[in-house]
Structures are given as C-alpha cells and as structure tokens.
Unconditional design. Structure first.
Length: 501
C-alpha cells in the first residue's frame, strides 16, 4: 500500500519548520542568553505559563534564576535593567508596541491602547490628553464623590447586617460606576446591588483572557475573531459586546433618549460631552470614530485597573496594622482641619497617604506581563547586549518593582521607603525610574490621573468611617494582563468615636 503524495505535505511542512527553528536557535547571535529550554524553539512554554495566570511571579523567578536578560520565546526577551528600561520606554523611544497588542483590538480597527503606529498614537494622545489631565479632574470630582457616597452606603449595609463580602468585587462595581459617570454622565448601576449589569463585567474579563492569550500568536487573531464572536463565552464576543454597548451609549447621549435611570445626573461636564463639543468645533480632527475609541478605552480599561489598585492599597494596609494606624491618624488630622471632610487636594497634601499608595502599587501593580516592544531599525544596545531590528523585548512591572537592588527587602510593605528616599535624591530618582504601575514614557496610561482621583477620594473615606477585618492572610490572584484578586473577603463595622481616638 503506497502513501498518497498529498499526505506528505503536512509532514514536509513540519520538517521544514523544525529545521528553521533549530537553525535559528543554533545560529542566533543571542543563542547564549539563558531561559527555559523550550523557549529557544517555541512560544508554547510562554503560552502555557501565561495560561496558568501567575506569570508575574514566574517572571520574577526567571530573572532571579537567569539574570537581567531572559529568553521567554524565540526572539523574545524579558529585561530587568534600569538603563535598558529607560531606552525602551523613555521619552522619544522608537520601540513600537509588538504584535501582542493586536489581540486587544478588532482586526480591522485601531485603538489608542493597542495602536502600534507611533506617530498616529502620539497625534491621538496629544489631541485628547487634556481630557485626562490633572486640570480636568475638577470636572470629574463630583461624579466620583457621588459613587463614593453610594459605596459607603453599601458598606454600611454590610456592617449593619454583619455580612462578609468580596471587597475586590465591590471595588470593581465602584470603579465601573465611576467610569460610567465620568464618561457618559450616568452610572451603570453596579453599586445598587453589586450585580453584573447586562454582563458588562464578565464581558471585560472575557476580553482580558482572549486578548492576553491570542496576542502570543497574533497571526491567529484575524482568523479566530469572526468565528469566536458568535459564541457568548468567548473573549471575541466580549469585545463585540463592549463595542456595541459603547455605541448605544453614544447614540443615546446624542439623541437625548437616555433611559429614566439617567435622571440621576450631575451638573458638570462629562467626558463624552467634551468629546462632542470638540467634534463640533473641529469635525476633521475629532471624528465619530474618535468618540467611539476613546469611550471604549474608558469602559474596557478604566474599571479593572482602578479596582485592582484599590484592592492592593486596602489589602496591604489590612495586613500591616502599623501602617494602617499611621495613615488613619494622618487622615483624622487632615479631616479635622476641614470639619471632617477631605478634598482631592487634601489627599495630595498627605505625605503618608501618598507613600502608602505608591508602595501598594509597587507591590501589586495592575499589569503583570511584560510590556512588549519591537527593537527599531538599526538595532539597540540593551543591558550590555546588542539586539537586532525586529527583536521583541520587554520589561514586566512586577520584575522592576521587586528588584532588590532598587527596592531592598522588596517583599516588605514599607511606605516609609519613599519618605526616607526624599533625603537621598539619587536613590529616589532610581526608584522612580523603576516605578511604573501606569507604564512609562509616551505610552503611560492616559487615564492615570482619573484613577488616582478615584483612589484618593475613596480610601480616606473608608478608613475614616469603617474598620475592616480580612478573612484570610493570603489571597489568590489571576493574571491575564491585569493581576486581579479573586477572594478579597472581609467583614466590616462602623468606626465609633472610641475607635477614632
């Protein structure tokens, strides 16, 4: 019985691929860079480790085992070197985002976060950066205050009923409602009962999982997206849902057909109103598509990052009572000056609170995978090695934040390290250069100031009015780009005058 010739084609293809991979591994000028064995030949090792959802810890261990530069996949390297990080992400960098980011957009569209075109991203960011600036926060503070007040009511309900609850989940409800208020001038309604309104939270989570995994094999994204969009359980379907959701919000906003729930509006200018005014002023520069992508960016990225950061702050304070007591004393002192209430400006003037936020976000940053970039034309010298054009390199925020050379005793929560470093300018400069919970350089998170506003308005109120008891001393997290806590269970009681003295 003779083998049909066409059956040999797949075998021949596999053989050619194997030979190519072996030759690249043997002939590469970077062949001596260490890493797990299979990373020389395939991305499957990286895919498998990311799928387990703990890659931020894997990445730290890799660098402690292999050194400052580690091979993650063929032609893909994780870097832990301060000078290299400045080169890759610093101002004026020509290191474009890698193809991994293609998984974070519709195959035929572009978005601000995933845009690999350096010039277009710079132009778009410049056009809309003022909407996220510190000076714009005055327009959003009332939206945040409104949601913070509702959050406090929900905590009061839990305290009165003596019920335990997942604080991380409620932080996400808060952050989602805030971003809805800021973007569209109306809450989504998550803070009412903690329920997932129309499956929006689930849709965002499915997008995270799909985009994180498909980005490792970005060539498959255009082939899978259309097919998977038909299935509700898929991340592609989640992306389609969010896109539809945002378009409906914009259409309702523009035609004044918002549901009765939107009566709960606040007399200040929301994000979408600012965008519409900009479009009316200059429709050639601010298009309908700009309205869509900027609003979608807020919804898709604006809730998880802030919720994770809020959880990080509270978790580390609850595990470190001395820091909690010190911060609470500072909050009480500042509140007494303002007849019991605290403004955003007050929070910015509280040195220990600022140190606490910085230390918590150092220890638990929202993003937990390397921020992959492509070496530009001409190649680049990084960490003492030359990387040719097209090589994919990146630094993981968690690796940088747990670098013992920069942050001694890095696994200890010590807000004081930031205050102590103020007396040593060079040390503080190095710490700030390796501190990147919102990214670095031109690709730093555009919503950074809004997230800080949300945290600054809520954390002091929580500590003023409530006592929290965590129900465990360790928590579980899941890392699909965002490192989300899954079991931040607490009990809460109202803080009495006796407790506050």
């Amino acid at each position: 019985m003779h083998t049909q010739p066409w059956l040999l084609i797949p075998a021949l293809f596999l053989a050619v691929q194997l030979i190519l991979r072996l030759s690249r591994a043997v002939l590469s000028p970077l062949k001596d860079i260490p890493g797990p064995f299979w990373t020389r030949f395939t991305s499957l090792w990286y895919f498998s480790r990311v799928r387990h959802g703990q890659f931020e810890q894997d990445n730290i261990k890799l660098h402690r085992q292999y050194g400052a530069i580690v091979r993650i996949a063929p032609n893909q390297y994780s870097i832990d070197d301060i000078s290299a990080i400045k080169t890759i992400y610093g101002p004026g960098s020509q290191f474009a985002k890698s193809a991994w980011y293609d998984g974070w957009k519709h195959p035929q569209q572009w978005t601000l976060f995933a845009d690999r075109d350096i010039k277009r991203h710079a132009d778009t960011r410049k056009q809309f950066a003022n909407l996220y600036s510190m000076s714009s926060l005055v327009h959003y503070e009332a939206f945040v205050d409104h949601c913070a007040g509702l959050f406090m009511q929900r905590l009061g309900d839990f305290a009165d009923k003596k019920q335990s609850f997942n604080l991380g989940r409620w932080f996400q409800c808060y952050a989602f409602d805030v971003i809805g208020n800021i973007t569209f001038g109306e809450r989504f309604g998550f803070l009412d009962r903690g329920e997932d309104i129309d499956g929006a939270i689930d849709a965002v989570h499915r997008v995270l999982m799909y985009s994180t995994m498909v980005g490792i094999y970005p060539e498959w994204h255009p082939r899978l997206f259309g097919l998977l969009s038909k299935f509700k359980w898929s991340g592609a379907s989640g992306r389609a849902y969010i896109a539809k959701f945002v378009r409906e919000k914009i259409r309702n906003h523009e035609t004044n057909k918002i549901e009765d729930e939107a009566v709960e509006t606040i007399k200040t200018q929301n994000f979408l109103e600012k965008l519409i005014l900009a479009r009316e002023k200059n429709p050639a520069k601010v298009t309908d598509y700009h309205l869509f992508i900027m609003a979608q960016t807020n919804v898709a990225a604006g809730s998880d990052t802030t919720a994770i950061s809020l959880s990080a702050i509270m978790w580390h304070l609850l595990q470190n009572r001395d820091s909690l007591n010190k911060l609470r004393a500072e909050i009480d002192e500042f509140a007494a000056r303002g007849n019991g209430s605290l403004t955003f400006k007050d929070s910015q003037d509280m040195p220990y609170f600022q140190a606490v936020m910085k230390e918590a976000l150092r220890m638990h940053s929202a993003t937990g995978l390397p921020m992959w970039r492509v070496v530009p034309a001409g190649g680049a010298q990084l960490g003492g090695r030359f990387f040719s054009e097209g090589t994919v390199v990146g630094a993981n925020t968690w690796v940088a934040h747990y670098d013992e050379r920069v942050f001694p005793n890095a696994r200890a929560f010590r807000p004081e390290r930031w205050l102590e470093a103020e007396a040593e300018p060079e040390r503080l400069k190095e710490m700030n250069q390796m501190y990147m919970p919102f990214g670095l350089g031109s690709r730093i998170c555009i919503g950074k100031h809004v997230s800080i506003l949300e945290m600054s308005k809520l954390i002091p109120r929580l500590l003023q009015d409530f006592e929290f008891t965590p129900l465990r001393t360790t928590w579980s997290t899941q890392n699909y780009w965002f490192v989300k806590p899954t079991d931040f269970e607490v009990q809460v009681k109202r803080r009495t005058n006796e407790l506050s003295t």
